[in-house]
Write a protein that binds this ligand. Structure first.
Ligand code: AMP
Length: 190
């Protein structure tokens, strides 16, 4: 069982890399952003609850996010491991994940982080917004709000995982294949 947290700022390429890594290492990919967007699209009860936060580029409250994540994990009891993409994003989410995995005798094996400069990423997201249809990608102010959320609430997780010797930063600038290779080098040493 290996459980990997794919970490990085908005636009760092977590989703793109997750597509390759889940195939390569046979992992169950859970993107909390994708699950929330699915619920928005289908206008579910959860979708109605999270729409305002997501459209504004705010984080969804921990209680809703943690519950949703646990439900997703429970759908895959026989997996060889998870690739968590966009979760955890707060310290409370990280400790809830640790406690939840411990109930199954599992743990976070490692966090791999895609590193890149803010200004490059903001331009990348604005480009993506032209075709992704994502409201939160289309407006520079909302994008900047997502970075503020990242800096205030998510960045402290680097220290949280570093203290456990589980934090592995990787240069996130380069071709998709180059970055997959850098991530693979970390994963293969685990
Ligand atoms: P993403 O696709 O990962 O960029 O996530 C898009 C949006 O979904 C975020 O801006 C948040 O509104 C929400 N979201 C996704 N994952 C989380 C999380 N772990 N905690 C809180 N909100 C989240």
């Amino acid at each position: 069982m290996i459980n990997i947290v794919l970490f990085g700022k908005p636009g760092a390429g977590k989703g793109t890399q997750a597509e390759f890594l889940k195939e390569k290492y046979n992992l169950t990919h859970i993107s909390t952003g994708d699950v929330f967007r699915y619920n928005l699209k289908n206008n579910t009860e959860l979708g109605k609850l999270v729409r305002g936060y997501m459209d504004a580029g705010d984080l969804v409250p921990d209680e809703l996010t943690i519950k949703m994540l646990q439900e997703e994990v429970e759908k895959h009891p026989d997996t060889k491991g998870f690739l968590f993409d966009g979760f955890p994003r707060t310290l409370d989410q990280a400790s809830a994940l640790d406690r939840f995995l411990a109930t199954k005798n599992w743990e976070v094996t490692a966090t791999v982080a895609l590193e890149a400069d803010n200004e490059i990423l903001i331009q990348r997201l604005l480009e993506r917004g032209k075709t992704s249809g994502r409201i939160d990608d289309q407006d520079e102010e909302k994008i900047r709000n997502r970075y503020q959320e990242y800096n205030e609430k998510t960045a402290p997780l680097m220290e949280y995982y570093n203290k456990q010797n589980k934090f592995h930063p990787v240069n996130g600038i380069g071709s998709i294949a180059e970055i997959t290779e850098r991530l693979s080098q970390v994963i293969e040493k685990l």
